[in-house]
Design a binder for this molecule. Structure first.
Ligand SMILES: [Zn+2]
Length: 179
């Protein structure tokens, strides 16, 4: 910044402490450039600036300190579950100590899931006791939901696999399905 000023002379300079353009004494120069000044109002020596600096992003930034929150997980998963357990298995954590009955139920519901997986209930035929059914057919029952016909006797009943387990329903074997 070229000027005709000399050290010791007065210039208008922006004071960072007073935050105003004020009278300042030139304190240092290089060639014809005023390098630093001393504010005559507050006495602060500082780099020479002619005008208020544009608000820099640093000045405007509001420092938001967010504590790193670690939500405390209630122990949903069994504490003994080894950390190295692969993700795939972690989806369905093994239930420890299941009774034989539970095992059967689990097996049945697994079988049911496999049989009905990806099948929309509208593809299942509503169950009617006077109808005939074949093995493997999907049916819809008012109380039990969707089920798969597991076995059919010629004159009934039907053995149907529902989510809740095997249920016997009225119904006949369809002629087509019986060899
Ligand atoms: Zn000042």
């Amino acid at each position: 910044m070229a000027s005709n000023a000399r050290v010791g002379e007065h210039v208008d300079a922006y004071c960072r402490r007073c935050k105003l353009v004020l009278d300042a004494t030139v304190a240092a120069m290089i060639d014809n450039d005023v390098i630093s000044v001393v504010c005559r109002t507050c006495g602060e020596r500082q780099r020479f600036k002619t005008e208020r600096p544009k608000a820099s992003p640093r000045q405007r930034r509001v420092v938001e300190v967010q504590p790193t929150r670690k939500p405390r997980l209630r122990s949903v998963t069994p504490a003994r579950q080894p950390r190295s357990l692969p993700q795939l298995e972690a989806v369905e954590p093994p239930t420890p100590k299941i009774s034989a009955e539970d095992a059967v139920t689990a097996a049945v519901s697994a079988r049911w899931r496999k049989a009905t997986d990806g099948v929309h209930s509208r593809f299942a035929r509503p169950h009617r006791r006077e109808d005939s059914y074949c093995e493997g057919e999907l049916i819809l029952h008012k109380a039990h939901g969707m089920g798969v016909v597991e076995a059919v006797d010629r004159a009934g009943p039907l053995t149907v696999l529902f989510r809740s387990g095997l249920v016997q329903l009225d119904g006949r074997a369809s002629n087509a399905a019986t060899p």
